[in-house]
Design a protein around this ligand. Structure first.
Ligand code: HEC
Ligand code: HEC
Length: 526
């Protein structure tokens, strides 16, 4: 069963404030974590053998996860702790009781704040646990059965009305949670896992991340970008960061900031790009960094980011990743340690190498008129990875994301609008009849009423404005609107339509966007 990500319902303001703190390096010489645990946690958490504390020592989670637990101690149990001590504890707990990289595989979208992700969990987990918050919040924790059971007890104790809600009142939620979910969770997400032991003993030293990184990115509504991120060590597990890049259309992407490394690979940065603070949530391992970089105040405005350390050899991307049969185009290869002449496979010829450095190779390509449609593996010397699509005609257009949520905001309120941001993806049909992705194309955008109800309520008129040439949708103001039926707010139910031109022929794709009310509660892990 597919379920959409929803925000949690806990007291969130504090968590948001704390989230900002998570991305900023903390000063050293603070009280050490053991002292803080003793002095601020031990009052309620009982000491156990081996320097352990009840509950706290029997769980592993992400830095965001630890932050949320401690924030809950503050909002619900009256814990008093300074921001500095909390930062020290989050760092210590994430380092000593974190998750191995492989344990976060497939669920990093929650930390990366890709809030339009459609999750894929089994029906029971989605209904029992994934209806109030993301399933990823569950999958990003490791506990023994006893700790999963205590978590279930805590849920019912804290929110007794849980049992009367939809997807609970139709079943014996508490009984199912204890008898079926607890064993399942303990088996799927166990505290003891060889992957964690292995990571703890083999994690590289964080200083190894210092150096220059060649990066490639893509921002929906804007396009591709590339550049260099310079990282210098600035204390233990903290860094200074400087970014110099450029979008394909020439817009600069420059800025400075700082970053902190948790658990040996969880990179959290804060970089100001042209005065706008952007967060970095990356997995940094060896010579590779990957994740998402998004605006602190608008996490819907974010770019997919991948980087390779200079001095290593890696081919990251080909921008743009397609060429039309019978035509010429200029593409840029992004990577590190690039040398030699690139090869684009059968039917595609390099007409000219426009410029070449170890980080970027710009070439003019020509695809033969009879080049077979489909994907080609791109190589530079022994390096390969990204592919180039050759197409002769576009078969269909997809709106990405296919389903999304935008939110009204501002209008005198404290919550900013959440935009809709879309890409038009062109797909071709291979000689085998199978569809293949060509790439992101420029498109003309509009919205229409999703159904009769939306038409009758004039949602198109009130819910917001679609920018025709970028696919960026800005919702309407928050608050009641006297011009609407019963003075309702500017919510809406819309079709998102992209029209892509292919040699004079217009092809359209369609997505679905709900424009809804503000997210009042915005915890670090949704
Ligand atoms: C005033 C009492 C109090 C203090 C002080 C306190 N806690 Fe707790 N803690 C609780 C209670 C009660 C629970 C069980 C209910 C819950 O999970 O909210 C709990 C549960 C937890 C859990 C388990 C949560 C889960 O999801 O299973 C963690 C982790 C935790 N505390 C961490 C800490 C840390 C770290 C500190 C010190 C910075 C701390 N607590 C200080 C009362 C406290
Ligand atoms: C009624 C809504 C609801 C349901 C159903 C629900 N949760 Fe939660 N859960 C919450 C809320 C709210 C919080 C946030 C508590 C906080 O941190 O303020 C939470 C927090 C959590 C946390 C983080 C706790 C921590 O401190 O580390 C985990 C893990 C979790 N839930 C797992 C589950 C699992 C597993 C299930 C199914 C057995 C489940 N949840 C079902 C509402 C729900």
């Amino acid at each position: 069963m597919k379920r959409r990500l929803r925000s949690g319902m806990s007291a969130g303001l504090l968590a948001v404030a704390a989230c900002i703190a998570l991305h900023s390096p903390y000063s050293l010489a603070a009280r050490d974590a053991q002292t803080i645990l003793k002095e601020t946690c031990q009052g309620c958490h009982t000491p156990e053998a081996n320097n352990a504390l009840s509950r706290i020592s029997h769980q592993r989670k992400t830095p965001e996860g630890w932050l949320m637990s401690i924030a809950r101690m503050q909002t619900m149990h009256g814990l008093q702790i300074s921001d500095e001590d909390r930062r020290t504890l989050v760092k210590y707990l994430a380092d000593t009781q974190g998750l191995a990289p492989s344990e976060t595989d497939g669920v990093r979208y929650a930390m990366e704040r890709r809030l339009n992700t459609v999750e894929q969990f089994d029906d029971q987990t989605s209904q029992m646990c994934g209806r109030c918050h993301s399933g990823a919040r569950v999958a990003l924790q490791r506990r023994p059965a006893q700790e999963w059971e205590r978590l279930v007890n805590f849920h019912l104790g804290q929110w007794p009305s849980l049992e009367y809600q939809a997807l609970s009142r139709d079943r014996d939620w508490f009984d199912l949670a204890r008898k079926e979910m607890v064993p399942l969770l303990a088996k799927r997400y166990p505290l003891d896992n060889p992957a964690w032991k292995k990571w703890q003993s083999s994690a590289p030293k964080s200083e190894a991340l210092a150096g220059d990184w060649s990066f490639s990115g893509h921002l929906p509504g804007k396009g591709e970008l590339a550049g260099v991120m310079s990282v210098t060590a600035d204390g233990s597990d903290t860094f200074k960061v400087s970014v110099k890049g450029q979008y394909a259309d020439g817009t600069p992407f420059n800025g400075d900031g700082s970053a902190i490394l948790y658990t040996g690979y969880e990179w959290r940065g804060n970089v100001s790009i042209d005065g706008v603070t952007m967060r970095q949530v990356f997995a940094a391992q060896g010579n590779a960094m990957q994740g998402r970089m998004f605006e602190a105040e608008h996490d819907e405005r974010g770019l997919d980011f991948v980087a390779a350390k200079q001095g290593s050899q890696r081919l990251l991307a080909v921008q743009p990743g397609y060429v039309k049969a019978g035509s010429e185009t200029e593409v840029t290869l992004i990577g590190s340690g690039l040398s030699g002449k690139p090869n684009f496979g059968k039917g595609v010829e390099v007409v000219e190498v426009v410029s070449q450095s170890p980080e970027q190779i710009k070439v003019k390509l020509k695809a033969a008129a009879n080049a077979q449609p489909g994907l080609r593996v791109v190589t530079v010397g022994t390096l390969k990875g990204p592919s180039l699509s050759v197409y002769s005609k576009i078969d269909q257009v997809k709106v990405i994301p296919e389903f999304s949520v935008a939110r009204i905001g501002d209008g005198g309120g404290s919550t900013p609008k959440v935009q809709g941001r879309f890409d038009a993806e062109a797909w071709g049909k291979g000689t085998d009849g199978k569809p293949y992705r060509i790439g992101v194309f420029p498109a003309q955008w509009k919205v229409e009423a999703f159904d009769d109800r939306a038409k009758e309520d004039e949602d198109v008129k009130f819910a917001g404005t679609m920018q025709a040439d970028t696919g960026v949708f800005t919702p309407g103001d928050a608050g009641p609107n006297p011009a609407r039926k019963m003075s309702t707010n500017n919510a809406g139910n819309l079709k998102v339509i992209a029209a892509v031109d292919d040699a004079g022929k217009s092809l359209t794709g369609e997505g679905h966007m709900i424009v809804t009310v503000q997210r009042w509660n915005n915890p670090p892990i949704p």
